[in-house]
Design a protein around this ligand. Sequence first.
Ligand code: ZN
Length: 69
Amino acid sequence: MVRGKEKVLKGLAVKYGRTLRMRYSRMQLLLKSRRRCPSCGALKLRRKVSGIWCCLKCGHEVAGGAYDL
Ligand SMILES: [Zn+2]
């Protein structure tokens, strides 16, 4: 039986239950997803620390996104 269409990452194997694995996968995919820099438009925005995103191309720093997990 296939439930939902969300992708589940393999890092946690069969441990911790389905809900926590789904939550973990969603968070990881969001953290690693490509984001566009508001300054130069390049897809090089990376998370520096919680809530601070830094562009690898132009060095522009943006705050926000700390609570979308
Ligand atoms: Zn940039």
